[in-house]
Design a protein around this ligand. Sequence first.
Ligand SMILES: NC(=O)c1ccc[n+]([C@@H]2O[C@H](COP(=O)([O-])OP(=O)(O)OC[C@H]3O[C@@H](n4cnc5c(N)ncnc54)[C@H](OP(=O)(O)O)[C@@H]3O)[C@@H](O)[C@H]2O)c1
Length: 339
Amino acid sequence: MSTIILITGATGLIGFRILLAALAAGHEVRYTARSEDKARIVSSNPAVRKLAPGDRLSSVVIPDFAADGAFDSALKGVTHVIHAGAPVPMPTFDPVTQVFQPTVKISSGILSSALKTSSVQRVVITSSIVANLGPTPPPTAVFAGTRVPLPSPVPSTFSNVFEAYVMGKMVEMHNSDEFVKTRNPSFTVSHVVPGYVFGRNELALDTAMMQTQNSSNNFLVVGMLGGELPMPIHGSFAHIDDVADAHLRVALLNPETEGPTDFGIATEVDYATIFDHVKEAFPKAVVAGVFKKGKVPTLPMKYDSSDAERLLGGKLKSFKSAVVDVAGQYLEQLGMEKA
Ligand SMILES: NC(=O)c1ccc[n+]([C@@H]2O[C@H](COP(=O)([O-])OP(=O)(O)OC[C@H]3O[C@@H](n4cnc5c(N)ncnc54)[C@H](OP(=O)(O)O)[C@@H]3O)[C@@H](O)[C@H]2O)c1
């Protein structure tokens, strides 16, 4: 059977990068989007067009990903599913309806649809380190296999989007574990569990989008353009290239392979270094006033990414390289020399 990979979240930072990596590797890719307009954001993107995927790339519009049976027809003939289509906690979102519920429901809907689809061999779900850490990072290192006990009952209201995000990711992981135990699917289920993801985003087409429509990269850009984040963020990061590579490798792992099913990518980082990396790589742009030192406070934490390091065959990409990639993209968009 030929490989057909279904990707959700292709209109976002991580899903789009996975889509590019899958196409570059020669795979047939089907992606889901909430509307035709959103599907076109992907198919018309210059980085996609450069790869000239032809009929190796197709889209399916699913207006409501959380509806019952939403993925039934999208999964026809699909061998591998990569589910990166869940919300990040934007301050303007409603914590329950736009963060907690879609995080939990879309994932369980995909698993239920996959159960009805004999071609599916593996489902890979993008989680987050907060699923392993819980609401407050513990003093010792956790890893992708760490499970935080769920509160009883699980709350149904939240005081902010981040609380809803953490609980959504914890519940999603527990539900998926339970699904595997109780439903005994013929496919395997894995999680890729990144810290804050940074790196080049080909969906951000101009400098305004780089600052506001760039998912977690928005925070990195604050640190290089003289802004200030009002709250600290977890001091652990994942390079977008490693995140995409890990999703594809986990999806295509031999199902008979012994070893972990979940893989965390989170390298310790102090965000106070953002500007130092920019200054070292692009001194002229700093002198010209393009880049200025911003404040991104760090919430220190410990995470063990050794499983992902083994999966990717060596060291994970450095924080410095992610900063340089993003600052370099910013200079490209200004039409400035990278120096
Ligand atoms: N970025 C990070 O630092 C980071 C770290 C750890 C884990 N993650 C996880 O990675 C996944 C993707 O994150 P990202 O950074 O790529 O975020 P993103 O750029 O905001 O993209 C989110 C994607 O999910 C889709 N989506 C969001 N809410 C949805 C809903 N209710 N129904 C259907 N689709 C929905 C979006 O579709 P639309 O375009 O239609 O909105 C978009 O394609 C999420 O599960 C997130 O929790 C991200």
